[in-house]
Design a protein around this ligand. Sequence first.
Ligand code: AHR
Length: 327
Amino acid sequence: MNKKILGGALAGAMLLALVGCASGGDDSAGGAKDPSDIVVGFAQVGAESGWRTANTKDIQSAFKDAGIELKFSDAQQKQENQIKAIRSYISQQVDVIAFSPVVESGWDAVLKEAKDAGIPVVLTDRAVDSKDDSLYESFLGSDFVLEGQKAGEWLVNEYKDTTEPVKIMQLEGTTGAAPAIDRAEGFAEAIKDDGKFEVVASQTGDFTRAGGKQVTEALLKSNPDVDVIYAHNDDMGLGAIEAVEAAGLKPGTDIKIITVDAVKDGMQALADGKINYIVECSPLLGNQLVDVVKKVVAGEPVEKRILTEETTFDQEQAKAALPDRKY
Ligand code: AHR
């Protein structure tokens, strides 16, 4: 390289370094921003279940403990409310937007608006079905297909010694929501090889206790001989228990009940013998979300998919776990 070119290259490198320092602003000390300078907008699904309430509480307290400002909105299970909230966070120029999408589809336009505004988005709990994964930084939450599989595997094992038909009623979560789609898929996959299992009725209870009760009441009239109720969450399972009891049957004995979540009320019903098996879905995502937010703001790489660790509970395990259950 001749001296002229070398000199030009050095000057260019120095200029780049200077520009880097100047644009770094608050971030000059290793890219980190003081937590008290970070503002996050969180668009929650709603307050439809015990799980959701625990999730909201955990996220709010994790951000409070981290000293990060959290703007919070409750979409009351309506996608248009979540989209409005996200647009409002974009116009307020928050540092990061986090949200738990009520349904999987229909997010591309608003996510593109956030991207164009330079605001990173983190998905918590539920996924979107967008083909373009550059529209969000990371998706933090459970493997819902695996949860459905675990529910189905328990059932297969529970009925391994019988050749009689096993009639199943499925209480689905919110139509179009990732956990409703995936938990149905995983369950179907687990029972598909044994012809004695038949899902005789499947309807949404919208992840609520009232929905679970109402749907079970109606479906029991047309299917009085079901053997099993598989509910996509504890709340719908708890509603189903009320309907089963009102029909003069014993939940957990006359009709076996499997649910997902493992919130305290569900665990109590499991310990009392009214539910037979619960697949855990942890709502405690707050601290992990804080970590992801800090990294994203600092410009550090984050994993595209962060999985939550979860277990399962039978009736004896529920009795043992209940005294220490946090939610
Ligand atoms: O997305 C998680 C699901 O949403 C939980 O299983 C359910 O209880 C909640 O409403």
